[in-house]
Design a protein around this ligand. Structure first.
Ligand SMILES: O=C(O)[C@H](O)[C@@H](O)[C@H](O)[C@H](O)CO
Ligand SMILES: [Zn+2]
Length: 327
C-alpha cells in the first residue's frame, strides 16, 4: 500500500499517514454534490416520494397545507391545497394518492385536486394531527400522529399514536404515547420496521411481520448526538442503512442499524432538514426536504434556502422504490 493512497473499506475511506490509517467519515473520494432543486419554499417541506413512472417528486408542505409534485424535466410544480395540516402523501395502486391529513386518511384525486375521507383516527384528540407516513412493502399505509405544535418541537407530550391503514380500509393502532411521530421505513428483507419518535432523540427498530403488518420487540438502534439535532424523516438504502434527516442539525446522517453507529454525515446549507428519499435514475440521488417555519428574520437572512428541496448526488448508494397503498 503506497503512502497517501486511500484504502477502500466497506463504508469509509482510510488514509495511510504517519504510520497509521486514519478513517474519515464517509466516502470522501466520491464527489458528493448538494444542490437546491426546488426553489419554491415550504413552511415545513416533508414526506418526499419519488414517482418512477413520471420521474417526479411528490411531497407535502405540512403547515402550508399543500401536496405538491415537481417535475425535474420541466422544473414545474403542480400543487393542491388541503384543508388541514397534511403530514404525508403516498401513491395509490388504483390511481391517485392517499394522504394523512388532519386526523383522517383521505383518497386524493390528483386530476380533480379533490379528496374523500377513508378513515378517521384520534377522534378523542381534537388537538392532534397526522405527521409522517409511508407505505409498507405489502401496501399498508403507516402514519403517526402528534399534538399540534405551539412552536417547532414544543407541544403536549405523548399525545400521538402510530397507525396503519390496510387495503380493506381498516385502521390498526400499533402503539400510543408518541411525542412526534416521524420517520419510518422497512429493512430490505421486510423483517424489521424502523421508527423515529423525534423527541426520544433515537432511531428504534421492531420485528416486522409482513404477512400481518404487526410489529413487536421494540429496541433502540441509534441515539443521536447533541450536534445532530432532532431526528425527523428517514429512508433506507439497498444496503439496509438508514438515512436520517436531522431537524435543527442541517444534515442527513447514514446509520448502520446493525452496529448502532453513524457511517456518514452530509451537511446541507439549511438547519431545518426534515426528511429524505431516494429518487432519480436507479434511485441514486437523495432528495432532502427542509422547513423555514419557526426561524426568525436573522436566521432566515443567513439561510435564504430554508424551505427549499435539495438533491444530493454522488453518494454511491441506491434507494429502494417506494410502495403504493394497496387499497
Ligand atoms: O417535520 C415534522 O415531522 C414535524 O411536523 C415538524 O414539526 C418537525 O419535525 C418538528 O418540529 C421537529 O421536531
Ligand atoms: Zn417529519
Amino acid at each position: 500500500m503506497p503512502r497517501g493512497r486511500p484504502l477502500q473499506l466497506s463504508a469509509n475511506i482510510a488514509y495511510y499517514k504517519d504510520g497509521q490509517y486514519t478513517v474519515c467519515e464517509g466516502p470522501v473520494m466520491s464527489s458528493i454534490k448538494v444542490e437546491c432543486v426546488i426553489n419554491e419554499k415550504s413552511a415545513i417541506g416533508e414526506g418526499p416520494v419519488w414517482e418512477e413512472k413520471d420521474g417526479t417528486l411528490l411531497y407535502v408542505d405540512i403547515a402550508g397545507r399543500r401536496v405538491s409534485r415537481w417535475n425535474p424535466e420541466t422544473k414545474q410544480t403542480q400543487s393542491m391545497t388541503t384543508e388541514k395540516l397534511v403530514g404525508a402523501v403516498v401513491p395509490r395502486s388504483s390511481g391517485g394518492y392517499v394522504m394523512a391529513e388532519g386526523t383522517r386518511f383521505a383518497a386524493v384525486d390528483w386530476g380533480k385536486k379533490t379528496s374523500t375521507t377513508i378513515a378517521h383516527v384520534d377522534s378523542d384528540k381534537p388537538n392532534n394531527r397526522f405527521n409522517d407516513g409511508k407505505v409498507d412493502p405489502a401496501g399498508r399505509f403507516f402514519a403517526g400522529t402528534m399534538a399540534m405544535e405551539v412552536r417547532p418541537a414544543v407541544l403536549e407530550r405523548e399525545q400521538g399514536s402510530l397507525y396503519s391503514l390496510h387495503s380493506d380500509h381498516t385502521v390498526v393502532k400499533h402503539f400510543d404515547q408518541v411525542d412526534i411521530s416521524n420517520g419510518l421505513d422497512w429493512s430490505p428483507d421486510h423483517r424489521i420496521f424502523y421508527y423515529i419518535d423525534s423527541l426520544s432523540y433515537k432511531v428504534e427498530a421492531f420485528d416486522y411481520d409482513i404477512q400481518t403488518g404487526s410489529i413487536c420487540n421494540r429496541r433502540k438502534v441509534y441515539g443521536l448526538e447533541k450536534d445532530e439535532g432532532i431526528p425527523d424523516g428517514m429512508c433506507i438504502d439497498t444496503q439496509g442503512k438508514l438515512w436520517v434527516a436531522c431537524y435543527s442539525g442541517g444534515r442527513v446522517v447514514r446509520i448502520d442499524p446493525q452496529t448502532g453507529t453513524r457511517m456518514q454525515t452530509v451537511k446541507l446549507p439549511v438547519d431545518k432538514t426534515t426528511s429524505c428519499c431516494f429518487g432519480g435514475k436507479e434511485y441514486s440521488d437523495l432528495y432532502v426536504t427542509s422547513a423555514y417555519q419557526g426561524m426568525d428574520q436573522a436566521s432566515l437572512a443567513k439561510q435564504p434556502q430554508a424551505g427549499c428541496i435539495f438533491r444530493i448526488t454522488g453518494l454511491g448508494v441506491k434507494g429502494i422504490p417506494p410502495n403504493a397503498f394497496a387499497g
